[in-house]
Design a binder for this molecule. Sequence first.
Ligand SMILES: Cc1cc2nc3c(=O)[nH]c(=O)nc-3n(C[C@H](O)[C@H](O)[C@H](O)COP(=O)(O)OP(=O)(O)OC[C@H]3O[C@@H](n4cnc5c(N)ncnc54)[C@H](O)[C@@H]3O)c2cc1C
Length: 411
Amino acid sequence: METKVCIIGAGPGGATAALQLANSGIECILVDKATFPRDKVCGDGLSGKVLTLLERIDPEIGKRLQAALFKADSWGVKFVAPNRIGMDIPYKLGYQTDKSNPRGFVCKRIDFDNFLVEEVKRRKEITLLEGVNIDKYMLEKDGYHISDKENKIKIKADILIVANGAHSSFTKDVAGIKMEPQHYVAGIRAYYKGITDLHPDNFIELHFLKNMLPGYIWIFPLPNGEANVGVGMLSNNARNKKVNLKQLMLDTIANDPVMKERFKDATLAGSIDGYGLPLGSKKRKLHGNRFMLVGDAAFLIDPFTGEGIGNALYSARIAAQQAIAAIEANDFSDTFFEKYDNEVYRILGPELQMSTKLQKLIKYPWLFNTLMKMGSRNQQLKELMSCMFHEVDLRKKLSQPMFYFKLLFNR
Ligand SMILES: Cc1cc2nc3c(=O)[nH]c(=O)nc-3n(C[C@H](O)[C@H](O)[C@H](O)COP(=O)(O)OP(=O)(O)OC[C@H]3O[C@@H](n4cnc5c(N)ncnc54)[C@H](O)[C@@H]3O)c2cc1C
């Protein structure tokens, strides 16, 4: 088979790149080793970025996602500090009087990723190949020649968009990006039914409990009384402290005085599974001769929030746009694709840098405790944190030591 663009991986990143290309009238081949619907270990939290980006590609996709019944609309986030003081921060101030346009969702990945693949299937410009595990990559003069292990499927492409996730061998072997434990989070996830005290407006919960620092446990409410529960911790901390994340989560649920009560009648549905989160806390080269890396294969997960889906979608759209420009210019060189990195880091860079600084604050539980104590009493601070979800400039303030100094001592 021959194509101008081949996309490896039909997760959120790969599917989005294909949809963007299709909307510009460019045909492509999209390959995935799995057959959809397939599961992906995740917290299942979709931030406002996801809907915004899908609407940019095609407002009709946004409408269909808004109408989908498999997701829970989420209106905010609850942070719980090590001293157990919690702060509810809505994504939008005054949302209670206007719930017409939710932007945040919680939705099982088996459903969300399948939704995107169904969108792909609507487009005649996209050839979707499921159940094909791409194992070999050969860069020749006339393009990339790729195939599965048995050479049953062979594809020649002018450009590769590599969107095959956190365990991408292309990222490691061809792009030369290695896993570094200080820029990588280990995460596990489980589904529980029957947890009590979930927020009536499905606020997602992040609990920075003393026994878990610098990691945290999350509870993200899903439809039908279910919730996604998981634990994440920087890999070098998990290794140094020899933490068994699964055991840590089960012990916390069984013994922590608050969690014990909330999980009293809860039942675990299915298994507890783990996967890696490659963080964007370090700038890397995301392209080369005839290829661009997208999403987790490009190490673009937010180091503070653990959000990767939105960034996968943003990088995918940029990659598709750069692929179109390369086809027009008939230039598939390393130098041409520099524009891809420039654009990714222009758009996502400031946020990733801010989040890298915020991630480091978790090392100071006393600061976190004080902030939460004040925030729970201080409406202004709550409003500020609310705006933080939309404005990078405000996050910038939050990452500067002077901000806390003023807050703590200028009361
Ligand atoms: C525990 C945990 C919790 C998380 N929580 C959140 C959260 O709440 N919100 C959020 O936004 N992000 C979260 N993330 C991050 C999020 O899951 C990823 O950022 C997101 O899945 C990235 O999308 P992607 O398309 O780049 O890769 P993926 O979703 O991993 O998709 C890659 C695709 O490539 C396919 N593939 C892999 N290898 C090959 C191959 N050789 N040939 C063909 N196909 C291949 C796979 O089958 C898969 O379909 C979490 C991650 C973890 C591990």
